[in-house]
Design a protein around this ligand. Structure first.
Ligand code: GLY
Ligand code: MN
Ligand code: MN
Length: 436
């Protein structure tokens, strides 16, 4: 992502914060995994969206209209010893030279400098309750300023949520963002093809996971967007199964929900296919029903359509189909009203997708479902999960879990599926697997 993109975002944010106010946002922190080993660092999405700065121990400050500089970055000072052991970091010079900060200060000087920047500002925009360190510091700084009121200094009067502004911005993707999302989507879809091609009875779930991670990394995507779900047989009915440790058996399905991250942008794809390359008859009937539900939901993805239209379409198709196959009994309208379908379809149709796999942005505006707009990206992922111990259905259906998930961009006149490279019709999947 080019620096000009981050600059454009900061400008847009500054306009919304407004003169006389100030905005603050903190980076993510490193986290200990065990003893002196950290988890891989992942920058806070909001912070990265505005700064492109990929280090911990940093705080970005936005002061619209400030003549000595509107964008300030507090960060770690350059330390040669640290560079020797841990590698490059920007330092104060890099923060201004490479990351567009108007000025940079040592993060260790925050307590001395920040109160002065808060002086006489009416509102402080910051992500409330997201970072307890920042929450505490901010209250301390405001308290400190209040105690100086007799000198004529005014402390800020209002603390305002920065996310409201920021998340509305993040909800509509720019061309530069879409380029990264297309890349994540394409490489992740190819990894699903690899999984289908390498799948055979006797392998373990983690071996298929390894095939996919190998592909992500070979293509330069070093991180997964979320822990991969590689779930065979009845494991597929556990929605967030990530143990990925069981053996693949002939006659079972394999559900894979896996996607990579490209420069902080996620892909999120699910495909379900038979371990041996051929669906059994009951598997095929349920699979085609989920596919039909997805296609009905996709037909609702266009500008002006409310967020829930796709979900309602999927509920309609699934409930009708479950009645037709005998898994639900009764009148379709009543089963929908009573939410009887939730025994087998217990999640919603999807979510916003972006820097976070479950991306930011409100789903309702003033109490009503949000209308879709061009530039939004979302997942469409209906599923059916028949518990292995479900006594109300015939035995042939039990323990089958199926989800089909694609990433979809709302376009000016409809939508574009970004993850179409991964096959999903019964015929396509069987043909690909037979040919492998
Ligand atoms: N992979 C998480 C989800 O599909 O929402
Ligand atoms: Mn999803
Ligand atoms: Mn998913």
């Amino acid at each position: 992502m080019k620096q000009t993109e981050f600059k454009k975002r900061r400008k847009q944010l500054m306009q919304q914060i407004g003169k006389g106010n100030i905005g603050l946002i903190a980076s993510a922190s490193t986290r200990t995994r065990n003893r002196d080993v950290d988890y891989p660092f992942r920058q806070d999405s909001d912070f990265y969206y505005l700064t492109g700065f990929n280090e911990p121990e940093a705080l970005a400050v936005f002061i619209p209209g400030r003549t000595q500089g509107q964008y300030l970055l507090f960060c770690r000072e350059y330390d040669e010893k640290k560079a020797l052991w841990e590698g490059a970091h920007a330092g104060l010079g890099g923060a201004t030279r490479d990351y567009g900060a108007d000025d940079a200060f040592p993060i260790d000087d925050l307590d001395e400098i920040l109160p002065g920047l808060l002086e006489n500002k009416a509102k402080v925009f910051y992500p409330m309750g997201q970072n307890s360190d920042l929450d505490h510091h901010l209250l301390d700084w405001v308290h400190h300023l209040r105690s100086q009121s007799r000198t004529g200094i005014c402390a800020p009067l209002e603390l305002v949520s920065l996310e409201q502004i920021l998340h509305e911005m993040r909800l509509i993707k720019s061309a530069a963002e879409l380029q990264l999302m297309r890349n994540a989507a394409e490489i992740s879809a190819q990894a699903h093809v690899k999984a289908m091609q390498s799948c055979k009875p006797g392998l373990f779930e983690y071996q298929i996971e390894a095939e996919m991670i190998y592909h992500f990394q070979q293509r330069g995507l070093r991180a997964v967007a979320y822990p991969s779900i590689v779930a065979t047989g009845k494991n597929a009915c556990v929605l967030h199964y990530t143990d990925n440790k069981d053996k693949l058996k002939h006659g079972d399905l394999l559900l894979i929900d896996a996607g990579a991250e490209c420069d902080h942008y996620a892909a999120d794809i699910t495909r379900t296919f038979p371990v041996s390359g051929r669906f059994t008859e009951p598997q095929k009937l349920l699979y085609q029903l989920v596919l039909e539900a997805q296609s009905a939901a996709l037909a609702q993805i266009k500008p002006g359509e409310p967020w829930n239209a796709a979900h309602d379409a999927s509920v309609n198709v699934l409930t009708k189909g479950l009645v037709a196959l005998g898994l639900l009994k009764g009148k379709v309208s009543k089963l929908i009203k009573n939410e009887a379908y939730k025994a087998f379809y217990m999640h919603r149709i999807g979510h916003w997708l972006g820097m976070d796999v479950h991306d930011v942005g409100d789903y309702k505006v003033a109490g009503d479902w949000r209308l879709l707009e061009a530039g939004m990206v979302l997942t469409v992922e209906p599923g059916l999960y028949i518990p292995a111990d479900c006594k109300t259905v015939a035995e042939q259906w039990r323990g089958i879990g199926i989800r089909i998930e694609d990433d979809v961009l709302v376009t000016a006149d409809g939508h574009e599926v970004l993850t179409g490279l991964a096959p999903k019709t019964v015929e396509e999947i069987e043909a690909l697997m037979q040919a492998a």
